[in-house]
Design a protein around this ligand. Structure first.
Ligand SMILES: *[C@@H]1O[C@H](CO)[C@@H](O)[C@H](O)[C@H]1NC(C)=O
Ligand SMILES: *[C@@H]1O[C@H](CO)[C@@H](O)[C@H](O)[C@H]1NC(C)=O
Ligand SMILES: *[C@@H]1O[C@H](CO)[C@@H](O)[C@H](O)[C@H]1NC(C)=O
Ligand SMILES: *[C@@H]1O[C@H](CO)[C@@H](O)[C@H](O)[C@H]1NC(C)=O
Ligand SMILES: *[C@@H]1O[C@H](CO)[C@@H](O)[C@H](O)[C@H]1NC(C)=O
Length: 389
């Protein structure tokens, strides 16, 4: 009975095992199409890398990578000697326009399998192809910048005398010219003091030999030149040079600063008294810097920082108050003085008195004018009126 059991178990194990393996092979998990697209020109070598090979090599180095073209189902390597797999990457040399399509790489080990696809498009080597095949690189006006000849690592490996040729609109850029400098042994081009004219199509490349045949490997770059982000210059829009106030009363002096349009500013606004911070000049807190108020009007940004006196004291009349604003570029300041509102209060005090004079004068005038002609009366009236005010 025991032996019979063993035989059955053993047999079932033998039957199930190959079945599991075929299931594993067939159920290869498709992980999707990779976001990256390879756009290349014909007659040049193309190397496609399996997009997810890194994650596999990490967990299980003993893997097997296979490539096939999705539309034709062609397994690589096949009859076409232009395509082969080397170091897990798919080589096509030279690439032709008809090689365009979706390529699927399948990675498997003894127990697991998955695949991912990538797209290759091979363009005719003409100017009209440039917008499609170019890599976008951005430089900043009036600074120095670097361009990088991209995706050459498969061809530059084991190369000690790397020599990248650079062209702008098909004109070779001299190796050591003041403006452009091809950094020897690297894939980089240094551009000094970028100007608007430096925008446009560049190409860079190298030669690559295989089985005694030389091939060009070129990359195209669409260079865009951006203006430096200019920080707007803040402007103090308050223009109170002298503030009238009564001693013992409350007073608020606003400092309003225009920060520019649109973009957020890095400006700082603050008050000083006799060139010291308000906090240290008035430890008692009689004079304080009020809370900042930041706001926008029609996309124009403002900040208001009030200086609050509670109350105004005699020493304020001799103190030098300044509102200052600064950002990375500029420093502006506006000076303000507090004056005692004496003239103003005298006027108020004299107002009833002048009214009495006006009424009294009016009565006199009326009496005196009775003896004058109508014409002369009008003229005198105007003159007196003027003097009174
Ligand atoms: C196969 O790969 C999977 C996923 O990376 C891993 O979990 C498993 O351990 C690997 N098996 C072997 C036998 O290497
Ligand atoms: C591969 O081709 C098949 C049939 O032509 C299609 O249904 C499938 O979406 C393609 N896969 C990819 C990743 O393009
Ligand atoms: C950069 O070029 C501009 C003109 O394009 C010139 O006015 C400026 O002086 C140059 N700056 C330097 C640092 O060479
Ligand atoms: C490689 O590029 C150079 C310069 O553009 C050209 O003269 C040469 O004919 C090209 N070689 C091939 C094989 O296309
Ligand atoms: C500022 O200086 C003036 C004269 O130098 C002085 O009278 C005044 O008290 C000072 N104010 C403060 C807040 O220190």
């Amino acid at each position: 009975m025991f032996i019979l059991c063993m035989v059955i178990v053993g047999a079932s194990a033998f039957i199930i095992q190959p079945e599991e393996q075929t299931v594993a092979v067939r159920n290869c998990q498709f992980r999707g199409k990779h976001f990256k697209k390879y756009f290349r020109v014909e007659e040049e070598p193309v190397v496609l890398r399996c997009p997810h090979e890194e994650s596999w090599l990490w967990t299980s180095p003993h893997t097997n990578i296979m490539w096939h073209k999705n539309d034709s189902g062609r397994i690589i390597p096949g009859e076409d000697t232009r395509m082969w797999v080397q170091d897990r990457a798919l080589w096509i040399l030279p690439a032709l326009q008809r090689d365009s399509g979706t390529y699927v790489c399948t990675i498997r080990n003894a127990s697991y399998c998955d695949e991912m696809s990538i797209e290759l498009r091979v363009f005719e080597n003409i100017k009209a192809s440039l917008p499609f095949i170019s890599y976008l690189q951005i430089l900043t006006l009036s600074t120095s910048g670097l361009l990088v000849c991209p995706e050459l690592s498969k061809f530059t490996r084991n190369k000690t005398d790397l020599n990248i040729q650079w062209y702008k609109d098909s004109t070779p850029l001299d190796q050591d010219n003041e403006k452009f400098l091809s950094l020897r042994g690297t894939t980089r081009l240094f551009i000094h003091n970028v100007s608007v004219e430096d925008a446009g199509y560049y190409s860079c490349g190298m030669t690559f030999s295989h089985n005694g045949t030389q091939y060009n490997v070129t990359r195209n770059i669409n260079v865009r030149v951006n203006k430096k982000e200019e920080e707007p210059i803040p402007v103090i829009v308050s223009h109170h040079q002298t503030i009238l106030a009564s001693l013992g009363s409350k007073l608020t002096i606003p400092c309003k600063v225009f920060l520019g349009v649109g973009k957020k500013s890095t400006s700082i606004v603050w008050w000083t008294a006799n060139d010291t911070n308000i906090d240290s000049a008035y430890p008692s807190g009689r004079v304080t810097e009020g809370p900042d108020k930041e706001y926008s009007e029609n996309n124009e940004n403002y900040i208001e920082v009030p200086l609050v006196f509670d109350p105004v004291a005699r020493e304020d009349l001799n103190t030098d108050f300044k509102c200052s604003v600064t950002n990375k570029k500029i420093f502006r300041t506006l000076r303000t003085r507090v004056k005692e509102a004496s003239t103003f209060s005298w006027e108020i005090a004299l107002a009833p008195l002048s009214l009495v004079f006006l009424v009294f004068g009016g009565i006199c005038m009326h009496r005196w004018c009775k003896h004058r002609t109508e014409k002369a009366y009008g003229l005198t009236m105007i003159k007196t009126d003027h003097e009174d005010f």
